[in-house]
Ligand binder design. Structure first.
Ligand code: GAR
Length: 201
């Protein structure tokens, strides 16, 4: 069973879908939720699912100490996979190296397009025909790193940006747990590539 830590900053709807998916999976378990914003709604979802939460106080301790705290937790809880799901912090190269485990993220655009915030609205208001979601390994740059999975959708501008957002979230919920499961299987097999894999569309 692969031990997963999910990282979130806000609503945590992806966290909730991941936790639900792995509640009945024999391959992975969501051991804890790491969050960085006091009173973030994601913590309530974790409580409902009896998943322990850990608050990382970036504001008081600063990035370096905050990351050291996360590394301690990863070690103590024997975490094997870090899953960022709406975690609005950039992790350092040192953190990624020292963790020694795969760290992945989901982003609501077809990276490298529309990195950063408000990606869905920017795509809708832009002149692109397609947008979508990207799941990728994390590096020290924002929404960057080796792409694991992408799914594209046609932007229907006869519908609202809220409709597009709902659709994107739906696609996230449908695909992120499945991709995580595949990574868990690679970790379980103790592949020499540290859980890295490529999933083609
Ligand atoms: C998700 O749409 C995720 O792709 C995005 O934040 C949202 C979190 O929603 N992540 C990023 O923009 C990363 N740059 P949630 O808290 O309801 O899961």
């Amino acid at each position: 069973m692969v031990s997963i830590a999910v990282f979130a900053s806000g609503k945590g709807t992806n966290f909730d879908h991941i936790a639900q998916y792995f509640a009945s999976s024999g391959i992975g378990v969501v051991k804890l939720l790491i969050f960085d914003q006091k009173d973030a709604p994601c913590t309530l979802l974790a409580e409902k699912r009896n998943i322990p939460t850990v608050f990382i106080d970036y504001k008081t301790s600063g990035k370096e100490n905050a990351e050291l705290h996360i590394l301690e937790i990863i070690q103590k809880e024997k975490i094997q996979l870090c899953v960022l799901a709406g975690f609005m912090r950039i992790l350092s190269q040192s953190f990624i190296q020292h963790s020694g485990i795969p760290v992945i993220n989901i982003h609501p655009s077809l990276l490298p397009e529309y990195k950063g915030i408000n990606s869905i609205a920017r795509a809708y208001n832009g002149n692109t025909t397609y947008t979508g979601i990207t799941i990728h390994f994390v590096n020290e740059r924002i929404d960057d790193g080796e792409i694991i999975f992408q799914k594209s959708i046609l932007i229907d501008r006869t519908k609202t940006v809220d409709d597009l957002e709902k659709l994107i979230h739906h696609i996230e919920y449908e695909n992120y747990p499945v991709v995580i499961e595949k990574i868990c299987r690679t970790i379980e097999k103790k592949g020499d590539n540290n859980g890295k894999l490529s999933i083609t569309r």
